[in-house]
Structure formats: C-alpha cells, structure tokens
Write a protein that binds this ligand. Structure first.
Ligand code: UTP
Length: 277
C-alpha cells in the first residue's frame, strides 16, 4: 500500500436543500465565494497539499462541475490577450496540471455511501476527503489539508479534522472523544454522529477534512444505515477507532460552514475583506 496521500475525493452529490432554490439546478459546491466556486477552493487546497489527482463524486447537476474543470475554447479565445485573462489563471492551471475524474452517486444514501462510491477512483491507497462546503483558510500559513498530510506521514492512520463547537451545536456534527497525545492530537476511542448536547461525548466536532486509509471501504460496506437512515462515515470510522487507528486533529486555521446561509455570508465577508476587489 502507498504510504503518502496522492488523491483527494470530493463528495459533491448532496441535494444542498438548505440553499434552495439556488441549488435546484446547480450543485451547492458550485456556489461562489466572491468569484470562485467552493469546489475550486477545495481543489486548490488539495493541490497545496501536494495532491494533483482529484476524484469527484457527483449526482444531479454534474454538468456544471465538469464544465468548470475543463477548457472553454470560445470563452478563452474571447479573453485571450485582455486583462480578464488573469481571472482565469488559477482554473486554467488546475485544468492543465490535474487529473480530475468523476463518478456518480445514484442514490443519496449519505456521506459514507458517497465515499464508498468513490472507491473505483481511489483504489487501494490512503486518500484525502474534502467537503467543499466546509471552506477552510489559514491565511499565509500552511493550509489545513497540508497540515493533515504531514501528520499522515507520521501516524499512518485515518485522521479527522476537528474543532470545538458550542455544546448546543453538537447535533449538527460527528463528535469525537479520546485521549490527547499532544495538545492538538487525540487518539480517538469514541465517535457519535449528531448527538444531542446531553449525549455528546465532547464538543469536538468533525469538519469536512479527512485522511482515510483504504480499509475504510470494506468497513463502509458493512455499516448499517445510521442517523437519518444514511450510511454515516462516522460509524465506519468508529470501527477503525476501536482498533486505535483514528486520530483527531485540532487544525490551525479558520473554517466556514458554507452549506449554511450564515456561514456562506461570513465566508463571503471574510474573503472580500482579504481581497483587492
Ligand atoms: P451535507 O449534509 O452537508 O450536504 O453533506 P447536503 O445533504 O447536500 O446539504 P443539505 O443539508 O441538504 O443542505 C456533506 C457533504 O457530503 C456530500 C454533500 O454533497 C456535501 O458535500 N454528500 C452528502 C454526498 O455526496 N452524498 C450524500 O448522499 C450526502
């Protein structure tokens, strides 16, 4: 088995119901923060972690995603030699230098199921997962996925990024508990999907960045539908955690839940303040 992380999976098949009607015909992951779609931020974060193979799990509205990560000859011809060319620099670079492949989740049976759908694109190697609606930023410092890829080199086990959330919000997240082995790293021994505050083992919530070892696929296949009737990645990770094979990492940086209107607006304001638009 490979020992370094060279592929990143992007589950992008969810319905995005909190963003209706915007998500009626376009995927939530294509909503822009300023001028850039969420998914492009995710792909850029993966690249900065040394990954250039992207595997995208799509569902409805797949065309917009595929068209975005492709050449657009007419449009590019129009803007060639104009100042607007600059606006296309990053996406052109991605299209030129990355391998991007797609698979389709036919039934929305949850995040665990979406990840399993990506198995054909990943194969038998460790891989990163980015949920593009969790937008992360660490200013000029090391991006979050890159921090995690380095940790993987050291620990060689699954890693979940976590942050402290207000106790009343635990029912929106997978929540972890375990023993800290450094101030930022916990060996996980318990995980619960969306617990009510009174049942939560901590207030450390999993956010949309993971590194997973490929044995997770066989485990997901065995997982029964959990909370909300969905195949939960948290339930599969708990099986690995029971063998001491999951660490939770309190990452350095900021994260915006752009799947919610509130988080989306906060991210927009944050990136606008940083931009020179
Ligand atoms: P969310 O639960 O945040 O996405 O899933 P959602 O279901 O699209 O959003 P709402 O609640 O209806 O507004 C987290 C991520 O997992 C993907 C989503 O696309 C999102 O990136 N996902 C979720 C799948 O790819 N397939 C699924 O069956 C479920």
């Amino acid at each position: 088995m490979k020992t370094s992380v060279k592929k990143c999976l992007f589950p992008a098949a969810g319905y995005g119901t909190r963003f209706l009607p915007a998500t009626k015909a376009i995927p939530k992951e294509m909503l822009p923060i300023l001028t850039k779609p969420l998914l492009q931020y995710g792909v850029e974060e993966a690249r900065s972690a040394g990954i250039d193979t992207m595997a995208i799990v799509t569902g409805r509205g797949k065309r917009a995603i595929e068209d975005h990560f492709d050449r657009s000859y007419e449009l590019e011809h129009q803007i060639d030699g104009t100042p607007k060319e600059e606006l296309m620099k990053e996406i052109r670079d991605i299209v030129k230098n990355c391998t991007i492949s797609y698979t389709r989740q036919v039934e929305m049976k949850g995040l665990g199921h979406a990840i399993l759908t990506g198995e054909t694109l990943i194969g038998d190697e460790p891989f990163a997962v980015i949920l593009a609606d969790d937008l992360c930023d660490n200013g000029d410092n090391e991006p979050i996925l890159s921090q995690m890829v380095k940790l993987y080199a050291q620990y060689q086990c699954s890693i979940v990024a976590v942050e402290e959330v207000p106790p009343k919000d635990t029912n929106k997240y997978g929540v972890v508990a375990g023993e800290f082995i450094t101030p930022d790293i916990m060996r996980v021994n318990n995980m619960v999907e969306k617990p009510e505050p009174k049942d939560a083992p901590s207030n450390l919530a999993i956010i949309g960045r993971y590194i997973l070892t490929p044995d997770i696929f066989d485990i997901i296949r065995e997982v029964k539908p959990g909370k909300g009737g969905e195949i939960q990645i948290t339930d599969a990770l708990l099986e690995q955690a029971k063998q001491g094979k999951v660490i939770a990492y309190k990452f350095k940086g900021k994260r915006f839940d752009c799947g919610s209107v509130d988080g989306f607006v906060q991210a927009t304001n944050y990136f606008y303040a940083k931009s020179n638009i």
